[in-house]
Design a binder for this molecule. Structure first.
Ligand code: G1P
Length: 308
């Protein structure tokens, strides 16, 4: 069973400054819920029961969000605001635990994951990078499929998607012997490398921020030296794991939003707002009205010209 998930949330979020100066970037709202809630709920829907936050002293707002807020709840109750009270109380099911450990030094993603080793113990676990939102539009979710594949084959799963060739130096990049797997499928990788130079990249398939890994990776991480950016890289530990056992890349079906940068965050807001149960119709009207008023961007104009 894969019951534990590690979410590294200690990073400062410099790409989201100035907003992230005093609010953890994971607490920034997508409509009415913080980014982190979308990620934690994705894990819960995949069967995860223990959410392990690898955090920092400046980011206690994340733990507080998943804790009870007695004073607020008392006030809502006294004012008879029961629907709101239920919403505040029922963020996660009762059988889900949110556990927090600290990353005392910013030594990289691999180091952050290794900080969770005492809680992960000897069980397989998922890793979800909290900047990345994945929307599968009502279809079976990618993380759930990865967990199922792990349970059937016992083979580690690393989620990948295509990126533009000029952006490969911003991601972990993977390679295969033959064809890359079709969306929803997995195939054994032959290589994985962190942020390669554009001319050295083995493919354009990037690691997206969802992993299902065996506990063995923790021992490997403890011995992994700093790599790209002088940080201990999860990618390098996976490359070592691949020398011992098969590791598969899972080609995602859904769509990703990188909320760790301003443009990706904005896109996520538009996407989730337009699909929001209560506000979706209103949001779509507002977007259309704004577009009419501001006029299409030069890119949109070019596209409609080309279509004529
Ligand atoms: C991390 C991983 C990288 C992955 C990326 C996905 O990089 O190290 O392999 O492709 O997340 O978002 P970061 O964005 O933290 O530099």
């Amino acid at each position: 069973m894969v019951k534990k998930a590690v979410l590294p949330v200690a990073g400062f979020g410099s790409r989201m400054l100035p907003a992230s100066k005093s609010i953890p970037k994971e607490m920034m709202p997508i409509v009415d819920r913080p980014v982190i809630e979308y990620v934690v709920k994705e894990a819960v829907r995949a069967g995860i029961k223990d959410i392990i936050l690898v955090s920092h002293s400046a980011k206690t707002a994340i733990e507080d969000y998943f804790d009870a807020q007695f004073e607020l709840e008392h006030q809502l109750e006294a004012k008879g605001k029961h629907a709101l009270l239920d919403e505040v109380r029922d963020i996660l099911p009762d059988d889900v635990n949110v556990i927090s450990v600290r990353q005392h030094q910013a030594l990289g993603l691999g180091h952050a994951v290794a900080c969770a080793a005492p809680i992960v113990g000897d069980e397989p676990f998922a890793v979800l990078l909290p900047d990345v939102l994945v929307d599968c539009d009502g279809e079976q979710e990618d993380l759930g499929v990865m967990v199922e594949k792990y349970l059937v084959s016992g083979t580690a799963q690393v989620m990948v998607e295509k990126v533009l060739a000029e952006r490969v130096d911003q991601y972990g990049i993977v390679a295969f012997k033959g064809e890359a797997p079709a969306p929803g499928g997995s195939a054994p990788m032959t290589a994985i490398v962190e942020k390669p130079a554009v001319e050295d990249a083995p493919s354009c398939l990037s690691v997206v921020g969802r992993y299902v890994l065996p506990a063995e990776i923790m021992g490997i991480l403890a011995e992994t030296p700093p790599g790209a950016g002088n940080e201990i890289q999860l990618t390098d530990a996976i490359a070592t794991l691949m020398e011992r056992v098969s590791v598969e890349a899972y080609a995602m079906r859904g769509r990703t939003f990188d909320c760790g940068n301003k443009a990706g965050y904005l896109q996520a807001i538009l996407h989730y707002a337009s699909r929001h149960a209560e506000l979706g119709a209103q949001a779509r009207d507002m977007m259309a009205a704004e577009l009419c008023e501001a006029g299409p961007s030069s890119k949109l104009k070019e596209r409609s010209k080309a279509a004529e």
